[in-house]
Design a protein. Structure first.
Length: 294
């Protein structure tokens, strides 16, 4: 039979934990709303930019002419792994690690480990891949003050590396936000450009005739780098919203589990207390009968 003091201590401990998980759920819900608004506003812009870029590269073969559209034999790869700075978000971060491992095993199995570099955006990814080595830069500060400027710096490092031939491909792995309870691991090639990957719509399949002012080539060469930076920024926003959704769901489940555990502990406490009272009564009755018999 469990000791009453031990059960009381466990009840207090679980109750305190439940209060913490409730508070974390509320904080995650507040952050999720802002993050969800950000990604909802970003998606139309990123999709529209992709549509324009797809038409330009289809009509003018601009991707092949761009320094970011050069297709080379893949010998060195940069994988951008986007995670969170903090844990307590269920399988949010571990799913990214699994996605990166699956990507390497399926797509780059023939390459030596030293030829695969990782750019970790988020403290969890940085800590994980620092232990494994071959990490590029330190981007643990991105989510502390999330903005296009902070993400652009990471995008420019990847772009400069591709342009210089340090990397032949740049691929990003992140959680795409669907809803509060659903985040899907996405693997997207950032470089070289793959125009055919643009969504097929009535506009992208049509022969769109653009008017360029002042020079067509200058506009295209400006638009392509901007589009690459926007795609990485969108992925970071998707991951940010997914993180808060995953943490909100995880804390909600933790609160429910704590509630179930409290019920079981209180039931155990009441049974133990009742058994102790019954034992005391029996001892008193036994003592009284012994005195009466004597």
């Amino acid at each position: 039979m469990a000791n009453l003091k031990e059960v009381r201590n466990r009840i207090q401990s679980v109750s305190s934990t439940q209060q913490i998980t409730k508070a974390m759920k509320m904080v995650a819900a507040a952050k999720l709303r802002r993050a969800q608004d950000n990604i909802i506003r970003m998606r139309p812009y990123a999709q529209r930019l992709n549509t324009i870029l797809a038409n330009l590269t289809r009509n003018a073969d601009a991707a092949a002419d761009s320094e970011f559209g050069v297709v080379r034999e893949v010998r060195k790869v940069l994988v951008i792994a986007i995670t969170s700075d903090r844990g307590l978000a269920g399988a949010f971060n571990s799913n990214v690690f699994k996605g990166v491992n699956a990507l390497i095993a399926e797509r780059y199995a023939s390459l030596p480990a030293a030829s695969i570099s990782v750019m970790a955006i988020g403290k969890k990814a940085h800590d994980y891949y620092t232990r494994k080595g071959n990490i590029v830069g330190n981007y643990t500060h991105v989510f502390a003050k999330l903005s296009f400027e902070t993400v652009r710096a990471a995008a420019e490092v990847a772009m400069d590396g591709f342009r210089a031939g340090t990397y032949d491909e740049v691929v990003m792995v992140y959680n795409e936000f669907r809803n509060v309870a659903t985040q899907v691991i996405r693997t997207e090639q950032l470089l070289p450009l793959v125009p055919v990957g643009a969504p097929a719509t009535a506009e992208t399949t049509a022969n769109v005739d653009y008017l360029f002012e002042p020079v067509k080539q200058d506009i295209v060469q400006t638009l392509i780098p901007q589009s690459i930076k926007i795609q990485l920024y969108k992925a970071v926003l998707e991951s940010n919203a997914s993180e808060h959704g995953a943490r909100m769901t995880a804390m909600d489940k933790a609160t429910d589990n704590a509630g179930e555990l409290l019920k079981a502990l209180k039931l155990t406490y009441n049974r133990t207390r009742q058994a102790a009272i019954t034992t005391e009564i029996l001892e008193i009755v036994g003592g009284a009968e012994a005195l009466a018999a004597g």
